[in-house]
Design a protein around this ligand. Structure first.
Ligand SMILES: [Zn+2]
Length: 388
């Protein structure tokens, strides 16, 4: 059994909150700052700093340390890395109501029938509550996790500016935990992480056979168009002004498009792997080859497609959640799977070997997975037997 976590982050634009909610945010922010000061002291003291005595800080310190034990997010702190400043969110114990369960007064109460999230215990006054709305998509997500056996174990809230736009938002994160039973596996699901504009190639391999393969592609022309627009705006933007703002907006649109493509691809790939009871092998290019691509004659506009760190992380998380064995490998794409010689690269992403082997570049890693099938499937077995 492996324990896996998934988090739903709810975002609320401060400017769009109803006035009776918005007026409470400054007080929440104040508690957040106080708590961060304590957390920093605590980290600097190597965990020896005493617990705060008054509420709500006492409550937050307790839940924070408890969460740190279960989630390992204080890993660095515990291992003696002393940060200058710790910026944790306010962590709450939480309860999820799906029907008519009794409210047991936890810090965050997610009331699905009422479509509400109640944030409490952040003020000295017990009755002070921030009531936020819960949208359809969030409800859908929550219900899906519960159906899969997930349980709400923690919540976190913080006020901050998002990395991309500079507007302040109120964030509430709901953390679900699931005990995943590792899947029995007979097959490999090979995923080729290449530059995103070439699409993400996948294949199902069983023994010496490739059962099925496919490619998931983003809307490249749309992305390229947006990139061109960004370049134009960037050249018009000297210092400040309308062009700069538009450039910023276009950049965040591009970023969102790539993100949502990556999220969709991750979901689709995991679904495909589960359907075929296959363990996932992600072919990750060597950092060197990516660096070479980024520095070299690679068209500047395309560089953005090479950052697939997010996709990789999503895949790993989802695989954990569903108990799909997952590993990352370096599979060759220019070494001949038949004779092992370095192959010649032809136009249109084809490769050819002196021995007569010729293929599309994307097919080669899969052939290597076929060749290494036994080796690639065996450590998974160990992984399943290993406790925890
Ligand atoms: Zn060859």
């Amino acid at each position: 059994m492996g324990t896996a976590y998934r988090t739903l982050v709810l975002r609320y634009d401060l400017s769009r909150l109803p006035p009776n909610v918005a007026e409470k945010v400054p007080a929440l922010l104040k508690v957040q700052e106080e708590f961060r000061r304590w957390a920093t002291e605590w980290a600097l003291s190597g965990g020896k700093e005493s617990m705060p005595e008054r509420s709500p800080l006492k409550y937050f310190a307790k839940v924070f340390l408890h969460a740190g034990r279960t989630l390992d997010w204080l890993y660095g702190v515990k291992n003696g890395v002393k940060p200058k400043r710790l910026r944790p969110p306010l962590v709450f114990d939480a309860q999820l109501r799906l029907g008519n369960e009794k409210d047991v007064s936890r810090g965050v109460f997610v009331d699905v029938p009422k479509r509400e999230v109640r944030v409490r215990r952040w003020s000295g006054k017990r009755s002070e509550t921030i009531v936020l709305s819960l949208g359809d998509k969030a409800v859908e997500w929550i219900v899906a996790r519960v159906r899969e056996g997930g349980r709400l174990v923690l919540a976190a809230a913080w006020v901050g500016a998002s990395r991309r736009s500079r507007t302040a938002k109120l964030y509430v994160a709901l953390v679900f935990r699931r005990e995943a039973t590792p899947m029995q596996l007979k097959r490999l699901f090979v995923v080729d992480l290449n530059a995103l504009h070439n699409g993400v190639a996948w294949a199902v391999v069983e023994g010496e056979r490739i059962l099925k393969r496919g490619v998931l592609r983003p809307d490249v022309s749309k992305l390229m168009h947006l990139q061109k627009r960004i370049a134009e705006l960037d050249s018009l933007c000297a210092n400040k002004g309308k062009a700069c703002e538009e450039a910023m907006a276009a950049k965040s649109r591009l970023w969102r498009m790539l993100r949502s493509f990556e999220d969709d691809v991750a979901k689709e790939l995991i679904w495909l792997a589960r359907k075929r009871k296959a363990a996932i092998v992600v072919d990750v290019p060597y950092d060197v080859s990516i660096r070479r691509l980024k520095e070299g004659g690679y068209v500047a506009e395309r560089k953005v497609f090479l950052n697939f760190g997010h996709l990789r992380k999503r895949l790993r998380r989802l695989a954990e959640w569903y108990g799909v064995p997952y590993r990352e490998e370096h599979l060759y794409s220019t070494i001949c799977p038949r004779c092992g010689a370095e192959m010649e690269e032809l136009p249109n992403r084809r490769v050819r070997c002196a021995c007569g082997f010729e293929a599309h570049r994307d097919e080669v890693p899969v052939l290597w997975a076929v060749k290494r099938f036994r080796e690639l499937t065996s450590p998974f077995l160990k992984q399943i037997i290993k406790p925890g």
